[in-house]
Write a protein that binds this ligand. Sequence first.
Ligand SMILES: *Cc1c(COP(=O)(O)O)cnc(C)c1O
Length: 420
Amino acid sequence: MNPPGAVAHRTAGGVRGGGGSRVVPVHHPDLTPGGAERVATIDLDAIEHNVRTIAALVAPARVMAVVKADAYGHGAVPVARAALRAGAAFLGAVHVSEALALRAAGIQAPILSWLHTSSTDFPAALAAGVELGVSGWELEPIAAAAKAAGTQARIHLKIDTGLGRNGCPADLWPALTEHAARLEAEGLVRVVGLFSHFSVADEPQRPETAQQLEAFEAALAIAEAAGLSPELRHIANTPGLLTRPDARYDMVRLGLGLYGLSPLEGVTSEELGLRPAMRLSCLVAAAKRVPAGQGVSYGLRWRSEEPTTLGLIPLGYADGIPRIAEDAPVLVGGRIVRSVGRVAMDQFVVDLGPDADPADVVATEAVLFGADGEPAVEDWAAAASTLNYEIVTRISPRVPRAYVGAHAEADASQTPGAGA
Ligand SMILES: *Cc1c(COP(=O)(O)O)cnc(C)c1O
């Protein structure tokens, strides 16, 4: 993928260093400004494609596009607009504050928020028509807010089927569902949904997912016995919806797959028919020849074994590049090269090899990850001993986002209502 405007084109004409002198800097690379210094390019057509692909897979179940954490670093408002256009029925935002930001951008679609504290602004959530996940204590303050506002809160009761985080423990579930049924009879709440969350759905060989589904079925029966008749039962995240067709119920909550990434070890995005939506690139900030034995970056954890050319990549842990990433791939001038030494706050170094001429490299584009022949997010996850989820989500606000795709301009507009 080479999105227009995000690629630094070099033209011929740089005066070469004649084999390279280390004494006098004689590189005269083409420094014509062009291309972004640092940019995360978000392909909103890929977001749409991923929603359509998953929607077709899970139909008649509906798709909730999970856009928490600024859409895993991709930008919540543009991604939400693209996902809704492609057929997502719901948006998922963990915090009420995230849901309110979507409403402020003019987005009218149903939104569910499910992680609350005693400081959560339930009145604002109700005023904005945000649906609320309820695991226990939240029921009372939400009902009180509904009463005060003269409205009815739309809630989804959450059962803990084994993850051990949010969600009502099984022994308290009968009381919670009965309490909710009473409040529903009073008109203060409407129990729209019943839901839960998987713990190991990305490891299909493990038995716990089937056990969670059994526990979910039992919880649904108890809720029915309490008199609840929710229209949305949902439990599946991306790995769950892919590996357990029997877990799709009325809706799936699509996070990672929305961004075109695979949650399954050894299964690529391409094999799932998904398109990675984020491409992280920058311009090489500097390049130089160094002798054998040159140490690189804090701690001097790497030294050159032979004379080589090093390139400086102007992205560091302040930009969300994991400090512990080692030997990670970067595409420079059509070649995959490797990071060497510590990632610092603002920069890291790649070894371009003994044959690279600094003048050929400085000011060219470097791609950390993308799609189609570029390094993958998963390569960076492996280099940093983490998951693809964390790599994209932690790309920080210091990296500008650029949006490409047929509707990119409207989707990325700051104007409330644009593209919504
Ligand atoms: C983040 C989250 C999801 C999305 O999970 P993915 O694995 O990214 O699809 C779904 N449900 C809940 C409750 C979540 O917190």
